[in-house]
Design a binder for this molecule. Structure first.
Ligand SMILES: Nc1ncnc2c1ncn2[C@@H]1O[C@H](COP(=O)(O)OP(=O)(O)O)[C@@H](O)[C@H]1O
Ligand SMILES: [Mg+2]
Length: 333
């Protein structure tokens, strides 16, 4: 028999008109029946599912999910967008690229996996320094899967009172059964900064633990992504509750070049001295390199030129480095 959670999910997906989810839960029930030796029930369910599919050939195909202006309790906790950046727009190392491609493959074929009793990767932890594409990754996964990006506003979610925070987390995790999407819990490390002086490590841990409990229990059809700059999360052994951890780092010389070529593809880059440019880009994040490219592009446009020179780009890259040191000095980091 189906579990209580599965029955609830079935009713919820029916009321929400989420046909994909309805089918996916039905498949899970069939798979469960097969695993527990109820072959007749499994076969009957499978037949019903196949018939429903034949009548609605679009079911299971990737369609944009109609959404999504979060209402009610959810308003203010979650912001919804439909991003359009693609995986090909990202410059990543082989490890990250492979992991993200795998998430897409498994999610696109999740019904096939579920029908054999396997679960697609859907709970991801992204870790790495600022400006290396963690937030962008969530947008890209949403765009590639035709799903809305539901950005969880941590600053309104986390309140002084742990009970309230847990209740708000509950609302967000409940929403995952109504609205299929990519849910991004961005900048977890900000929890500490946000709480200011009264914050202590125990507090952060309690919020994280509460989140992880919800994460563990979640059986929705959503991608859940947590992103953090804080490497300490990895030591925490918290990451075991995620299906995968993707690590981000500063771009190496060839990635820096790739980024610059992508961002400045509309310009003439033929005579660039790449050695000196990639040396200027060393230690800069993807975001800083992209900003430097935009500065250089503006210089070229204002000079009515289609050519970017080595000097222009080096100046812009050095400018980004200075920009960062000034910011760090101001923040005292
Ligand atoms: N890996 C990347 N590939 C291409 N562009 C990137 C990458 N990482 C960052 N960027 C650029 O920098 C911007 C900010 O990156 P973001 O994803 O917000 O970084 P993070 O969340 O890791 O701090 C992006 O919108 C994009 O323009
Ligand atoms: Mg970010």
């Amino acid at each position: 028999m189906a579990t209580a959670e599965q029955l609830k999910a079935l009713v919820q997906s029916y009321t929400a008109g989420d046909q994909n989810r309805f089918m996916s839960v039905a498949m899970q029930i069939a798979a469960h029946a097969a695993r527990t030796g109820k072959d007749k029930l499994a076969a009957d369910l499978q037949k019903l599912i196949d018939e429903a599919r034949r009548r609605q050939p679009e079911a299971g195909a990737m369609q944009p999910v109609p959404i999504a202006r979060p209402g009610g309790d959810l308003a203010g906790l979650v912001a919804a967008t439909y991003p359009h950046q693609r995986l090909a727009d990202m410059v990543l190392d082989a490890q990250a690229h492979e992991k993200l491609s795998r998430v897409l493959v498994e999610y696109r074929q999740r019904e096939k996996l579920l029908s054999h009793g396997f679960h697609p990767r859907r709970k991801l932890l992204l870790v790495g320094p600022p400006g290396c594409g963690k937030t962008m990754t969530a947008s890209v996964l949403a765009a590639e899967l035709g799903l809305p990006l539901l950005y969880v506003q941590l600053h309104t979610l986390i309140t002084k009172f742990m009970g309230e925070t847990a209740a708000k987390l509950h609302i967000v995790f409940d929403a995952m059964h109504q609205t299929r999407g990519v849910y991004l819990f961005d900048e977890f490390d900000a929890i500490g900064a946000h709480r200011g002086a009264e914050n202590d490590v125990g507090e952060i841990r309690r919020v994280l633990n509460s989140f992880l409990q919800f994460l563990e229990r979640d059986d929705s059809d959503c991608l859940i992504i947590a992103a953090t700059n804080y490497h300490g999360m990895l030591d925490h052994a918290l990451f075991r509750r995620f299906d995968d951890v993707v690590q981000y780092g500063l771009p190496d010389a060839s990635m820096a070049r790739h980024l610059i070529e992508n961002r400045l593809s509309a310009f003439d880059l033929r005579r660039l001295g790449w050695k000196s440019i990639t040396a200027s880009a060393a230690d800069l994040s993807h975001a800083e390199i992209v900003s430097a490219c935009e500065d250089a592009a503006k210089d070229a446009i204002l000079a009515d030129s289609r050519r970017i020179t080595t000097t222009m780009l080096n100046r812009a890259l050095k400018g980004r480095e200075r920009h960062r040191s000034n910011n760090q000095a101001r923040r005292g980091t």
